[in-house]
Design a protein around this ligand. Structure first.
Ligand SMILES: NC(=O)c1ccc[n+]([C@@H]2O[C@H](COP(=O)([O-])OP(=O)(O)OC[C@H]3O[C@@H](n4cnc5c(N)ncnc54)[C@H](OP(=O)(O)O)[C@@H]3O)[C@@H](O)[C@H]2O)c1
Length: 270
């Protein structure tokens, strides 16, 4: 790819995307330019990834063809105010949770090509899930370009209804935390039954990775996969009966719905 990509904000998520871009060899370090208000962080990223860094956000945007806005949602208005003229000429990609397209358009105009992204933290290990949506000014070429870039950090799907970002935030955005909580419980169970913490952790993690990989690669439904490892009156059936009796499935559904509701409450419109 012959484009230059600028990042305003060099935090965890920007780093994950940059690492993905470089490891998938879509671009070289010379095609990435970043600015961050924190000097130490900027230097760290420059030295680790051999990318270009600048101290001024407007210079960063000017030098790139595609501008990733990767600051925290509460810092977004400042960045937009500062860079609105230069951003209006670029393909703008915002990864900020809860910042709606109309908010971005309020600063940089409806005619600017904008892609909104909801990534997740697993992008840091190249296994992220990003959901993307374009505004009216952006076209299929823009979406495909951003999709291709983000594929370096995991999987990507496009949605066409911005209202669904609340569900996405609740499911894949917050999802890694639910899985960590499940891992903790699984590992605690092992320890209660006499396994060492190390062994318990290893068993729990590899089980989740293995089941996730099977679910991803199989064409069977999750329910069919579950039934395939549940023999009648066996050990797995005994455990699943307890999960049902304790309402674990409905608790998960309620929890994800609560996260979506919270996302709606705190999102930033125009
Ligand atoms: N982490 C996740 O799991 C996750 C998931 C989905 C979406 N996101 C979104 O991704 C975005 C980035 O999150 P993150 O976790 O990477 O945050 P982060 O680690 O705090 O990174 C944000 C970076 O931007 C810098 N910054 C703030 N204001 C700036 C400005 N005016 N100009 C230049 N740089 C500025 C910050 O510097 P200082 O530290 O000095 O303020 C920080 O280094 C957020 O909007 C978040 O909603 C994150």
């Amino acid at each position: 790819m012959d484009k230059t990509i600028s990042f305003i904000g060099a935090g965890k998520m920007a780093e994950a995307i940059i690492a993905g871009l470089l490891s998938s060899k879509k671009v070289t370090g010379k095609q990435i330019i970043i600015s961050d208000k924190y000097d130490k962080r900027r230097i760290e990223i420059e030295e680790t990834y051999n990318v270009r860094t600048v101290t001024t956000n407007t210079v960063c945007v000017t030098e790139g063809d595609i501008s990733f806005l990767a600051v925290k949602p509460q810092d977004m208005a400042d960045v937009l105010e500062q860079c609105k003229e230069t951003l209006a000429q670029k393909l703008v990609v915002s990864i900020a949770a809860g910042i709606e397209i109309s908010f971005l358009e309020g600063y940089i105009g409806k005619q600017t090509r904008i892609i909104r992204v909801m990534p997740n933290i697993a992008a840091t290990v190249g296994e992220g899930m990003s959901v993307i949506m374009k505004n009216n000014a952006a076209d299929a070429t823009d979406i495909n370009l951003v999709k291709e870039l983000l594929m370096g950090a995991g999987d990507v799907i496009e949605i066409k209804n911005e209202g669904l970002f609340h569900a996405v935030t609740a499911l894949s955005g917050s999802g890694p935390a639910y899985v960590f909580a499940f891992l903790e419980a699984l590992s605690d169970a092992g320890v209660r039954m006499g396994l060492s913490r190390d062994v318990s952790n290893k068993l729990a993690v590899q089980t989740v990775i293995g089941a996730g990989k099977m679910a991803k690669e199989s064409e069977l439904s999750f329910a069919t996969l579950r039934e395939a490892v549940t023999s009648p009156a066996g050990t797995t059936a005994e455990a699943l009966a307890i999960l049902e009796a304790k309402g674990v499935r409905s608790a998960i559904i309620e929890a994800v719905k609560a996260a979506a509701l919270r996302s709606k409450e705190i999102s930033t419109k125009s």
